[in-house]
Write a protein that binds this ligand. Structure first.
Ligand SMILES: *Cc1c(COP(=O)(O)O)cnc(C)c1O
Length: 375
């Protein structure tokens, strides 16, 4: 299978140097340790190669969503501390501890289950407490977290490494929600001081917090999308200089003249007003390229920005060169990235497809081979 896949003209090229530079730029700006977020196949960039490179660059902490992502990293020989951010069931606690993964503890009940699993294994669990300051996802509400914090401080089987919360609106610099969440988080953390307990590492800022809310940086920051050089919101002010690390490339596989009025692709949603030249590109929604780009998206061929015409299919779509346009089989096609002076950013695709950059990146799936440059 892998021999066949490597023949595909469609590929993702990841610039490892860009990732390392972005990590350095973020670290340099915030001046506190960085937890590099690697969930969802490192935002589509490839979990293991990205983790290996960032580990070699001295990354001090990783974050993933699921136990399985953490185990995959350990099996690949990654030794950097890894926090599993997502909610877990009690039955998963043992697996986390055995694989030397740090756990998110998001209620007293879960704390008890983690303690029981740690005791059964005779090995302390390293935990981060999750406080809910306004996301209403997982975590104990900040106003009622005192008993939770007391139970964690008193725990014999949990080593308390961190305390954290998650920002709901940090991609919007004008939102009042972030200041409110920060205030609630500080009030929750003050309870450690009241108890005379050592303060764990306090972390709160995602990419939006890093870009727009310096007060939220605290003891550690958790960049995801910004690490990959993409803004959390297309309108976000790039207050830290990062660059995109991922290109999505393909090649023309077919050329034809389509006569006036002859519709192109499923549903016959578009037909040329005059005879035109159409090329076919060999990827589609089955690779994670959004079908929402039907009749809306663009690609770069020979330095020109050209429109997608008709519906994006599972494995192919068509592009209009215009009546006089030229392109040949094997010509390079840029779907995300730069060609000459023209560029297509993830943020552009997200706007055209009515979604966010996160979804564009994380949907690019395993069917597309990844190549790594630099590093
Ligand atoms: C995904 C995630 C992040 C990273 O978010 P970005 O907006 O990509 O920076 C940080 N913290 C938690 C808890 C997350 O789930």
């Amino acid at each position: 299978m892998s021999d066949l896949v490597s023949q595909r003209p469609t590929r993702i090229v990841v610039d490892l140097d860009a990732l390392a530079d972005n990590l350095r730029a973020i670290r340099g700006r915030v001046g506190v340790p960085v937890m590099a977020i690697l969930k969802a196949n490192a935002y589509g960039h490839g979990l293991i190669p990205v983790a290996r490179h960032l580990q070699a660059q001295g990354a001090g902490q990783f974050g993933v969503a699921f136990v399985e992502e953490g185990i995959a990293l350990r099996r690949a020989g990654i030794t950097v501390p890894i926090l599993v951010l997502g909610g877990i069931l009690g039955r998963q606690a043992g697996q986390l501890i055995e694989h030397d993964l740090e756990l998110t503890v998001s209620s007293i009940d879960k704390l008890r289950k983690v303690e029981a699993a740690a005791q059964a294994l005779g090995r302390k669990a390293v935990v981060h407490l999750k406080i809910d300051t306004g996301m209403e996802r997982i975590g104990v509400h900040s106003e009622t977290c005192a008993p939770f914090i007391e139970a964690a401080v008193a725990s014999r089987w949990c080593m308390l490494k961190g305390v954290y919360s998650h920002l709901a609106c940090a991609d919007d610099p004008g939102s009042a929600m972030t200041a409110l969440q920060l205030e609630r988080f500080r009030a929750a953390c003050a309870h450690f001081t009241r108890l005379g307990a050592p303060m764990p590492i306090r972390h709160l800022a995602n990419s939006g917090g890093i870009l727009h809310f310096p007060d939220s940086w605290l003891d550690m920051v958790r960049p995801g999308i910004l690490l990959y050089g993409v803004l959390p919101d297309p309108q976000a002010r790039p207050t830290i200089e990062v660059r995109p690390a991922l290109e999505l490339l393909s090649q023309v596989v077919y050329f034809k003249v389509v006569h006036a009025g002859r519709p192109v692709s499923y549903g016959a949603t578009w037909a040329p007003p005059a005879d035109t030249r159409i090329v076919t590109i060999p990827l589609g929604y089955g690779d994670g390229y959004p079908r929402a780009l039907s009749n809306r998206g663009q690609v770069l061929i020979r330095g020109r920005r050209l429109p997608i015409v008709g519906r994006v299919c599972m494995d192919q779509f068509m592009v209009d060169l215009g009546p006089d346009g030229t392109a040949y089989n094997g010509d390079d096609v840029v779907l995300i990235g730069q060609q000459g002076d023209a560029a297509i950013r993830v943020e552009d695709l997200a706007l055209q497809a009515d979604t966010i950059g996160y979804e564009i990146l994380t949907r690019l799936n395993e069917r597309i081979p990844r190549e790594y440059r630099g590093g």
